[in-house]
Write a protein that binds this ligand. Structure first.
Ligand SMILES: C[S@@+](CC[C@H](N)C(=O)[O-])C[C@H]1O[C@@H](n2cnc3c(N)ncnc32)[C@H](O)[C@@H]1O
Length: 216
């Protein structure tokens, strides 16, 4: 499945007031002065700007998104607030155009569920984090397998539910990518979304000091 529907949907939502989040990754992330931070699926750039302000002029915050509309809106928002240590780049989550071992802190909010190859996204997260670097990710998981007819419906995936996988599958992908010390920081009770039941959660882990940054 390509990202065409996602680009269209989110470019249309860029100027709206609608809430795009499903958790509070940013509130747990604690960016430190001088750090290099990234937000995967940065939307209107709100969390990137907050991280840029926290890390100060010796650090930077990078927003990664596939939607031109969102990237434009995010750049405008940063300019309006006079925040200059931000960069917004257009990239798919499965092929993040950032160097190996270059990121101290990675956050993402309600985005990874959209990716067709989520294992590849987690491999990429592991690749770009520095050794000892950390992620805090909020996302949704489904309470049961999403029926095939919805899983392949690009519109339903773009609406943040049909791409969801179960919690076990989710956590197994993190382990397969190389993360071992995973914590669940918050978790909702199940709620209906589209045609399924989902929960949202915020998870965190650190890349081991001795880990390899090879792309798999
Ligand atoms: C639900 S919004 C969340 C935006 C922001 N994180 C927030 O919480 O407000 C998902 C964002 O991820 C982007 N996105 C979705 N799938 C993507 C993909 N495969 N690669 C890159 N960006 C993607 C969308 O364009 C959109 O801006």
């Amino acid at each position: 499945m390509d990202t065409h529907h996602i680009n269209i949907r989110y470019s249309n939502l860029a100027e709206s007031d609608c809430c795009l989040s499903c958790g509070k990754a940013i509130n747990f992330a604690k960016p430190q002065a001088g750090e290099v931070c990234v937000d995967l699926g940065s939307g209107r750039g709100t969390d990137v700007i907050r991280m840029a302000q926290s890390v100060g002029e010796n650090g930077k915050a990078i927003g990664v998104d596939v939607s031109e509309g969102m990237l434009k809106k995010a750049e405008k928002n940063a300019q309006k607030l006079g925040v200059s240590n931000v960069h917004f780049i257009q990239s798919e989550l499965e092929h993040i155009v950032l160097d190996d071992s270059s990121i101290d802190l990675l956050i993402s909010n309600c985005t990874i569920n959209h990716a067709t190859d989520k294992q590849q996204v987690w491999n990429e997260i592991h690749r770009i984090l520095k050794k000892g670097g950390r992620f805090v990710v909020s996302d949704i998981y489904s309470l049961e397998e999403v029926p095939e007819k919805y899983r392949n419906d690009a519109q339903a995936v773009a609406e943040c539910w049909a791409g969801a996988i179960t919690k076990d599958e989710y956590l197994n992908q993190l382990t397969a990518a190389g993360f071992t010390n995973i914590s669940i920081l918050e978790e909702s009770t199940p709620y209906p979304k589209g045609s399924i039941e989902v929960s949202s959660f915020t998870i965190a882990a650190t890349k081991k000091k001795g880990a390899c940054s090879c792309s798999s």
